[in-house]
Design a binder for this molecule. Structure first.
Ligand code: SAM
Length: 436
């Protein structure tokens, strides 16, 4: 179990919120709930099953790759974080795995969507749960948040990831497409009240009402894009029933959606809330969270392939790694969604020069293709050199020629280009470490 420490003082928890929560909790539980909001958040990570390394920790019971840590290391200064060996993620939200396994006890679907994906915690998780040959569309409508999502997705290094920036209404153009849709909705953020002061400052009953309106629209658009027999997972990081179980109940009434009973270990502390599960921070080792899973009537005919059939998609001087079996689907979605990247970026061509993309270093299948294509080398670095590389520094060497993949403990980090006595740094500026 992770140790809980005191944290600096935040603004008071809004009285109106406590009043409402007193009515939601069994009698006598409010003091324990209130006091849990003054604890420091629990630190947890999710390790990348396709990579290796990262801090040791204690298993999160509802997530095979989730680990609680006893303390918060300086994550920024760990090259393995930048290599995508693990992702720092709050533990309650790893419940997505329990929903996925309940919905897909056998082979997962062939096409999935994460509608509200930035910064990418649940997208990277889904990428690891889905069959490798399944296409995962990661969508984020906010451009700045989408840049962070891209960084996290590419570092995770999974294949068959499409990055899009479509408003949810665009999903009406692709009805019945996805075997799985995750709607991790924007919400009033009540469950984040011990992570930062902002959640306490911004809360109001009016915010809850406004979020509920947005959520209903997102759910309707998402539902339209779900294939018959497909599963929609809905989640928020709030406790407001109007944003949680009431949304689920209303969707059932509007569409005939069939709720699934998400299976979790009995002692994990989640409470049933309507057709969903709720995490209260005094009962669950994690932050506030709500999740429900709903099936669309019909038979799901999707089955994702277990492996990748690597193919290259070239368009306007750029190349991406895609799955050959998904080529037609990728082309269809390219026409109908606002696509930033149809697959893992490999390289760009500028007149006579071909430059490798950072994402290609972090995805083993993409790195192999790129190394072959560019006839690149591999530069193995120790931790100090890895940190220098991640800071954007030039690496010195007697013999530095052409492009090379920078590798630390067997994991790709990025690209350098040799120029005689030095390796020029190709790490994207926004990804560089500024901390010393
Ligand atoms: N799923 C993410 C994760 O696990 O890292 C967190 C998603 S966050 C709770 C909700 C996201 O929804 C935000 O990135 C926000 O930009 C996006 N969003 C806000 N309003 C939206 C809207 N009207 N339609 C679609 N997405 C919206």
């Amino acid at each position: 179990m992770a140790r809980r420490r005191a944290r600096p003082a935040f603004p008071e928890v809004p009285a109106g919120l406590l009043e409402r929560i007193a009515g939601q909790l069994p009698q006598g539980e409010l003091p324990a709930f209130r006091s849990s909001l003054d604890d420091a958040p629990v630190v947890s990570i999710r390790v990348n099953p396709a990579k290796h390394g990262g801090p040791e920790g204690v298993q999160v019971p509802w997530c095979t790759s989730g680990r609680y840590l006893n303390e918060r290391p300086v994550f920024t200064l760990d090259p393995l974080l930048h290599a995508g060996a693990y992702y720092v993620q709050e533990a309650s939200s790893m419940l997505v795995e329990a929903a996925y396994r309940t919905a897909f006890p056998g082979r997962g679907p062939s096409v999935a969507l994460d509608l509200c994906a930035a910064p990418g915690g649940k997208s990277t998780h889904l990428r690891s749960l889905l069959p490798e040959g399944a296409l995962l569309v990661c969508n984020e409508v906010d451009a700045r948040r989408r840049a962070v999502l891209a960084e996290n997705l590419w570092k995770w290094g999974g294949t068959n990831v499409m990055l899009t920036g479509s408003p949810a209404a665009d999903l009406r153009a692709i009805p019945g497409t996805f075997g799985l849709v995750l709607v991790d909705a924007p919400c009033s953020g009540e469950g984040l009240m011990r992570r930062g002061p902002e959640a306490r400052r911004q809360w109001s009953p009016d915010l809850v009402d406004r979020c509920a309106i947005v959520q209903q629209g997102l759910l309707d658009d998402a539902w339209a894009s779900l294939a018959p027999g497909g599963t929609l997972i809905y989640s928020t990081c709030t406790w407001a029933p109007e944003e949680d179980e009431h949304q689920v109940e209303a969707l059932i009434q509007r569409t005939g959606a069939m709720p699934l009973e998400v299976q979790v270990p009995t002692d994990s502390g989640f409470a049933r809330a309507g057709h969903g599960l709720r995490a209260w921070p005094h009962r669950v080792l994690g932050e506030g969270f709500f999740l429900a899973a709903l099936r669309k009537p019909g038979v799901c005919e999707q089955e994702g392939a277990e492996d990748l059939e690597a193919g290259v998609l070239e368009h306007e001087e750029r190349a991406w790694l895609i799955d050959e079996r998904m080529r037609n689907e990728v082309h269809r979605l390219l026409r109908l969604l606002r696509v930033d990247a149809p697959g893992t970026p490999l390289w760009t061509r500028d007149r006579d020069r071909t430059a490798p993309q950072a994402a290609a270093a972090l995805c083993p299948a993409a790195a192999r293709l790129t190394i072959d294509h560019l006839q690149a080398g591999v530069l193995a670095v120790d931790e100090a050199e890895a940190l220098a590389f991640l800071r954007g520094e030039v690496l010195r060497s007697g013999e530095a020629r052409g492009p090379a993949l920078v590798e630390h403990r067997g994991l790709g980090l990025g690209w350098v280009h040799g120029a005689g006595g030095r390796w020029n740094n190709g790490h994207p500026k926004p990804w560089r470490i500024r901390m010393r």
